[in-house]
Ligand binder design. Structure first.
Ligand SMILES: Nc1ncnc2c1ncn2[C@@H]1O[C@H](COP(=O)(O)OP(=O)(O)OP(=O)(O)O)[C@@H](O)[C@H]1O
Ligand SMILES: CC(C)(CO)[C@@H](O)C(=O)NCCC(=O)O
Length: 392
């Protein structure tokens, strides 16, 4: 399976403390989003802290965002993003140990004379794995609601991080700076293992309007069965080289080369995903894995785009913002989703993507320390230092 990855964002605050990281450091908060497929970890390290130097096998890359303000005394360092397979949660625990995070957090609770560390955590795993964290590190997971966290993470990124949102069409990425006064309402579509669709009306004001079980987990699960690939990246690699027309039934396969123009269905529109297979008289091994991968990727992406459009239509929302690890900056996925939204909305709605799309929940949980009187952990006005790579 694919390795974990870890990236970092520089936060330049006005730190009053430069002491070495010790086993209980209020200045090194971290938070978790434990999802059905992936664990996302966001942690902060102060400049020159030992978190920077403790050796581990995870690659650490700079992303390069700095705060433009000096108002945030807690911060003077880097925000790091790491992800792990939920099925290999021990790798996440080892990572936490190697970075000494288990002795470091933002909040604690007096329980029978002992200070218990409270770590903000969201996602289903915050419930499922609570005992594991307690047994291994004596840490209590302080649960933040998953939808609350997704929305808080998305709002923070959209308001505070320049060049966070972008559109992707016809091979072109265009960054969009959305005026905070014109941000709401929008539809947040989080494509994780499953898909949640949330109408966001403001900070903390939202409603989960829909969802579908046909999501990233479906793509990965069916992809592994159909192509024998071992990881998401391997699957994506395969899909790059494939041609879905060998698997999908197109309108032209039904109507001929003219298509069904009266309905605006061109000859090359997919009429039925995987539909060609039904009259091919072939078995699985007769198909190219690449073609199967391409077809599956289009099927899931189109379906999410269509359901998103339908929900945006109901709420008259012109912006549909896609988050979750499914897109992962993958051009073909974004292009397919954008095409789907464009096609169904007849150009009225726009698909937008986020550079930190996979970390919305973890960022939201991280930010929730603020709700509990722990000051502003992240600046509200971040400025871009240099062109950035997304933390994937
Ligand atoms: N390295 C990877 N390993 C596994 N899946 C990946 C990877 N990169 C991207 N993905 C895709 O991202 C999906 C998981 O996304 P995400 O982490 O946002 O969801 P989750 O939090 O695990 O799920 P849920 O929110 O439904 O509990 C996978 O199902 C897969 O389609
Ligand atoms: C169950 C969650 C919320 C867990 O993240 C997600 O996987 C999801 O939204 N699934 C879709 C469930 C549904 O609405 O049919």
């Amino acid at each position: 399976m694919e390795d974990q990855s870890c990236r970092s964002v520089e936060i330049d605050g006005n730190s009053t403390s430069n002491s070495e990281l010790d086993s209980y450091d209020h200045n090194s908060p971290w938070a978790l989003d434990i999802g059905g497929t992936l664990i996302k970890l966001v942690y902060f390290s102060r400049k020159d802290s030992s978190l920077e130097s403790v050796g581990n096998s995870v690659q650490v890359e700079e992303v390069g965002l700095v705060t433009g303000s000096k108002k945030y005394p807690i911060l003077d360092g880097k925000l790091h993003f790491a992800k792990f397979q939920t099925s290999k949660i021990n790798e996440c625990l080892d990572f936490i140990e190697s970075k000494l995070l288990h002795g470091s957090c933002c909040s604690h609770q007096e329980v029978s004379d002992k200070k218990k560390l409270l770590i903000k955590a969201t996602g289903g795993g915050a419930y499922k794995y609570a005992d594991l964290f307690k047994e291994k590190f004596g840490i209590r997971l302080d649960k933040e609601d998953e939808m609350d966290s997704l929305v808080a993470g998305a709002n923070f990124l959209l308001k505070a991080v320049p060049c966070e949102a972008f559109t992707y069409m016809e091979g072109r990425k265009d960054f969009v700076q959305i005026d905070a006064s014109d941000l709401f309402p929008y539809l947040l579509v989080s494509i994780g293992s499953g898909v949640s669709m949330i109408k966001v009306d403001g900070d903390g004001k939202f409603e989960r309007v829909s969802g579908t079980s046909l999501g990233g987990g479906t793509l990965l699960g069916m992809g592994m069965l159909l192509t024998n690939c071992q990881s998401f990246d391997e699957f994506l690699e395969l899909s790059h080289k494939g041609d879905n027309r060998n698997i999908d039934m197109l309108v032209r396969d039904i109507y001929g080369v003219t298509g069904y123009s009266k309905l605006g269905l061109s000859a090359t529109t997919i009429a039925s995903s995987f539909g060609k297979v039904s009259f091919d008289n072939k078995v699985l091994k007769d198909y190219k894995k690449e073609d199967l991968a391409r077809s599956l990727l289009r099927m899931i992406s189109n379906n999410v785009a269509q359901i998103a459009y339908l929900n945006a239509g109901h709420g008259q929302l012109k912006r549909i913002i896609f988050g979750g690890f499914f897109t992962r900056g993958h051009e073909y996925i974004m292009e397919t989703i954008s095409d789907g939204v464009q096609y169904w909305s007849k150009g009225k709605a726009k698909a937008m993507f986020l550079r930190h799309e996979g970390f919305l929940g973890a960022l939201g949980a991280f930010k929730s320390y603020e709700k509990h009187g722990l000051g502003s952990l992240m600046g509200h006005h971040l400025t871009e230092q240099s062109p950035v790579a997304s933390p994937r």
